[in-house]
Structures are given as C-alpha cells and as structure tokens.
Design a protein around this ligand. Sequence first.
Ligand code: CDP
Length: 195
Amino acid sequence: MPFTIAIDGPAASGKGTIARAIAQHFGFHHLDTGLLYRATGAKGGDPVEAARALRPIDMERDDLRSAEAGQAASRVAAIPEVREALVDFQRRFAMQEPGAVLDGRDIGTVICPEAALKLYVVASDEVRAARRAAELGADPARMLAELRERDARDSARATAPLRPADDAVLLDTSALSIEDAVARAIAEVARVQAG
Ligand code: CDP
C-alpha cells in the first residue's frame, strides 16, 4: 500500500512548504492541488470545460502564484463540477509508490479520507499575511484582506469546504520557524510509520 499524507489548511498557512519538505525527506511524490484550481481559474472561459481539459502544461504558467490567480482559483473551486473533474487525477496521484503528499483544502476530508496521516496546518491571519506579502512583494494589509476573503469563501462553500478531517493532527505554525514546523511534521510522519 502506498503511504499517503494529506495536508490541508487555510491560505499561506505553510502547508505547501511543509508538504514539499516531507516529500523530499521521505522520497515521496508531491502534488500542490491548489495549482489545479489556480490553472483552471487562469484559463478563462467556462471553468468546468477548463477543469476537464486541464493538462500538465497549464500548471507551468508563471502567473499562477499571484493574489489575483488565488482569487480566481477560489471562485472556480466553489463549483461542484470543477471539483468533480479534478478528483480522479488527484486520487491516482495519491496511489503512487512509495508514497505521496498532497496539499490543499479537502485532501483529508474528500480526496484521500484513508490517508495514513492528515495534517491540518494553521497560522494566525497576521502571520499568514506577512508571509504571503514577503513572498509576493505585496502590501501586508492588502494580503490580509485577500486571505480573509478567500478563506471565508473556501470555508462557506457547500462542496468540500475548508475544514479539518475529524482525525487530522493540528499544526499551528504561527510561532514556528520553517525548520521547526517541518521538523514537527516529519516527526508526525515517523510516528505513523513506526505504527
Ligand atoms: O497557496 P495558498 O494556500 O494561498 O492557495 P492554494 O493552495 O494554491 O489554493 C488556491 C485556491 O484553490 C484556494 O483558495 C481554494 O479555493 C482552492 N483549492 C481548493 O478548493 N481545494 C484544494 N484542494 C486546493 C485549493
């Protein structure tokens, strides 16, 4: 059985950094599922058609990390048929040997409810806004408003809303360095692997 790790949490909580580091440490595959929604939103036109026709090359656009692409992603991500179109790809990705790490919003609740480990990564709104502002070279106050708007939409939607799975392990990175947050996540994986 491949070893699947689900990492969910609100925008800029640190889940992507943690997911990449875990994958590298354990030699697992990594999928940033947010990119699927960002690429769908960025394509324009009918979002359901865009999601159904999504190709790996669509994920290589260099404008997908912007705040605007995040907002567009969050809008298309509320459409049930868009989410439906992306399920099979994510589930197939999760089944790769020797293991896979997927980060997003609904990995532990919908995509991989049987994951060996589910992490729910959070951080205070201010810390998240400061991190994303530094990443994008943007204004922290604008980022704070942007993240809150996106989290509210992601949490309120009817299909696959942002929420921790019942058996998720909570990791609050507000007061942690990247190294410490990664070390804690790796310790959780090792704990589960040890059985
Ligand atoms: O990097 P950040 O946390 O800001 O965002 P992201 O993970 O790239 O996700 C962008 C948007 O895609 C989110 O605000 C969600 O609306 C949507 N998303 C989702 O609905 N389900 C996922 N599994 C991943 C992302």
